[in-house]
Design a binder for this molecule. Sequence first.
Ligand code: GA4
Length: 325
Amino acid sequence: MVVPSPTSSKIASNKTKAMGIPTIDLSMERSQLSQTVVKACEEYGFFRVVNHNVPKEVIARLEEEGAEFFSKPSHEKRRAGPASPFGYGFTNIGPNGDMGDLEYLLLHANPLSIAQISKTIANDSTKFSTVVKEYVEVVKEVTCEILDLVVEGLGVADKSGLSRLIRDFDSDSVLRMNHYPPLKVKWKGNKNSIGFGAHSDPQMLTIMRSNDVGGLQIYTREGLWLPVPPDPTNFFVMVGDVLQVMTNGKFMSVRHRALTNTSEARMSMIYFAAPPLDWWIAPLPEMVSPPENESVYKAFTRAQYKEATYSLRLGDSRLDLFRAQ
Ligand code: GA4
């Protein structure tokens, strides 16, 4: 699926790129930190996290498992598929005809589901499952720390109201490993292929780590695609649709996409943090103050939102279905 240029929109100039992507240093003093996190969520819906305390061995172990799986012959990988939605998938993204130049593993982040699906993925399924669970546990902690900072920065009374939903055993969080193989055809000039098309994430918060190969781009409020330089030792965080609703639109979920135009393979591991399926999603009480600031959204369950997500295309604007009149 080679496209002549990165479609639909302009790429950020060097000047815009120099503005950089906000970086949150988790070792900073806490009161300052919560305000910085809120500002980054408000202005970009996207930031980089450094000094996160995730052991590099935990990341390396998952990367190794991913590399081992994706290096298997196709017929073996296909035994773990098709992804409907969980398992091994390639080219097809979701059930409605979206496609990309990638292959992936999509897993529910619940420990029991991980143990179950691992049996179809790896020869040593106990090892695979242990490594995935360990990674999920540590990134979940980073996610919860960020959500607690968000809540603090927004002045929300229930200090662990958001992180509690992610720690819940029934949380609907998922883990995805994307493998973007290098382009087979050498193009003259700037030809790119769409690895994963433009979309926002339908969860609360996304935490992404990739190897040292670029490709991720975020769509800025100025209407530019901003390439994100890879940073394998750190994480990138994205505001998802659920957090947009809970902040009544103060934060906006960030549109992003992955392009492939390199000679090297890109591999990313992405944790999508979501509340349980029966959780009612609505703006936090502190984020509405009628009559001036009414709720922009109707209340809906995570299950209803998920159903809407899977009934639409990747790039569709699903939140429009849930706007209050
Ligand atoms: C995008 C974010 C996550 O990768 C994902 C994707 C999901 C899938 O691949 O099964 C979706 C996509 C994502 C949004 C619209 C629907 C559902 C594919 C698709 C076309 C796992 C998710 O939760 O939503």
